[in-house]
Design a protein around this ligand. Sequence first.
Ligand SMILES: Nc1ncnc2c1ncn2[C@@H]1O[C@H](COP(=O)(O)OP(=O)(O)O)[C@@H](O)[C@H]1O
Ligand code: SF4
Ligand SMILES: [Mg+2]
Length: 344
Amino acid sequence: MTDIQAQIDVLPGLDPGAQLLEVNDLHVEFRTRDGVSHAVNGANFRLEPGETLAILGESGCGKSVTAQAIMGILDSPPGYVTRGEVKYRGVDLLQLKEAERRKVRANRIAMIFQDALSALNPVFSVGFQLAELFRKHRGMSRQDAKKRSIELLDQVRIPAARERIGDYPHQFSGGMRQRVMIAMALALDPEILIADEPTTALDVTVQAQIMGLLAELQRERDMGLILITHDMGVVADVADRISVMYAGKVVEEAPVYDIYARPAHPYTKALLSSIPRLDMKGQQLSVIKGLPPALNAIPAGCAFHPRCAYARDQCRQDPPPPAYDVALGRTARCHFWREVIGDE
Ligand SMILES: Nc1ncnc2c1ncn2[C@@H]1O[C@H](COP(=O)(O)OP(=O)(O)O)[C@@H](O)[C@H]1O
Ligand code: SF4
Ligand SMILES: [Mg+2]
């Protein structure tokens, strides 16, 4: 069976020639006793095969909720998608029944998390958990499934994979466990991998190894990768494009080089100036003053205005429109982007 046929079997109506992933005007809210939190307020982005899109922003900006809405694993209640589209190869996933979404989740779009321990089942060996995927979704024999599991652990560079296949998740180090989770996510050859802060809990050397591995696996498989992070330092080497999120909105989107060379949004600019740089050793880092807003009390006008060095009266009243075309392939959501981009 061809790859394309396998995809169509998973999801009738799927168009292999359509955009890999397209998120349009996504809105998610949480209805709690403290009121309604507008966690995602009109997120827009696209993803191509083989491309890495980084979603960047401080903690609490709605990055994980965006990923959960794409995957269909939102905590609901209290979370609800209230508007928008998540189109995978032309099919709006938000309109699917749960059984179909589950198939997409198992086969086409996979996700890895910061904490592998909570993503893996503690009572089964990693070999068993991997083999189950092949048996259940690919109808493999026990023996073939085991062989394939060992190959996959090899691919994610688990040393002595054959010997370790019977080990339980807690017997692996943090970095090795992250590799096991990557193996589980890639087992059924997804077209899209969403990695939500995959290296945040690891030390710097292991972080670099895991990022290197993800980049390599992505290249080999021509997979679309969405890398979610609060750490601007992590994305420079691996991302093709960056979407910067603030208070549930994408405030700037651009190819990685442009973001670093000429940020068009004051928030992006502030994030950049908070990255430690070798040539500034010993100097005080500028951190962004204040905190992102509580999402049940987002300021009127531009949500960033209380923290923005460029803010003026208009910003306190008029929300900037979703996207000013700053340049080809670049958008920013700021009334004064021309000033920001020119002011280097
Ligand atoms: N299970 C939940 N219940 C209520 N509110 C939630 C829940 N998950 C997320 N939120 C709200 O959504 C906001 C954004 O969360 P999240 O997407 O996890 O941020 P981050 O950008 O750090 O990944 C949180 O600050 C919170 O207000
Ligand atoms: S619209 Fe105004 S407050 Fe918002 S980022 Fe631009 S300058 Fe700052
Ligand atoms: Mg998060």
